[in-house]
Write a protein that binds this ligand. Structure first.
Ligand SMILES: [Zn+2]
Length: 146
């Protein structure tokens, strides 16, 4: 019985570790979260007025004009799913309105298509705008795991 419990605990621990590895967060130049998109990397960043900013970067992490990417962002607070409207900027997209005020963290799904007819890739961000004391980044972009 005791052995069974230990095995289970070890398995659970392994699962937790591999999950964390899969979701390793890479910080973007603005302090947001870098998304592994193609052909350019994209950074998910929330501005001071709670707007979502998506910035595209070249391999050297210099901001570049978006190519033909299509981005769709959905906020999923407890109050209900909300589509975040975006407008194009010189180096990406910015939301036209602030993210919903709701109890954090809540899920924000960023769907990126390389081009309009490409297969969409979903990135799930647990939105928590509180500052992490460890890495001085917002919790949704925390890289220290604190
Ligand atoms: Zn941190």
């Amino acid at each position: 019985m005791k052995l069974k419990y230990i095995t289970f605990a070890a398995a659970a621990l392994c699962a937790a570790v591999s999950l964390q590895a899969a979701e390793k967060i890479v910080a973007g130049p603005k302090g947001g979260r870098l998304l592994d998109t193609a052909p350019q990397k994209a950074e998910f960043f929330v501005t001071k007025d709670r707007k979502v900013e998506v910035t595209f970067y070249d391999a050297a992490l210099k901001p570049v004009a978006p190519a033909n990417q299509v981005i769709a962002i959905t906020a999923e607070p407890a109050s209900g799913k909300t589509k975040i409207e975006l407008e194009k900027t010189a180096t990406g997209f910015v939301s036209t309105a602030a993210l919903p005020e709701s109890k954090e963290p809540y899920r924000v799904v960023v769907q990126v298509k390389e081009k309009p007819d490409a297969t969409p890739k979903n990135f799930r961000v647990d939105l928590n705008l509180a500052m992490c004391g460890g890495c001085q980044k917002a919790e949704y972009a925390c890289t220290c795991g604190d």
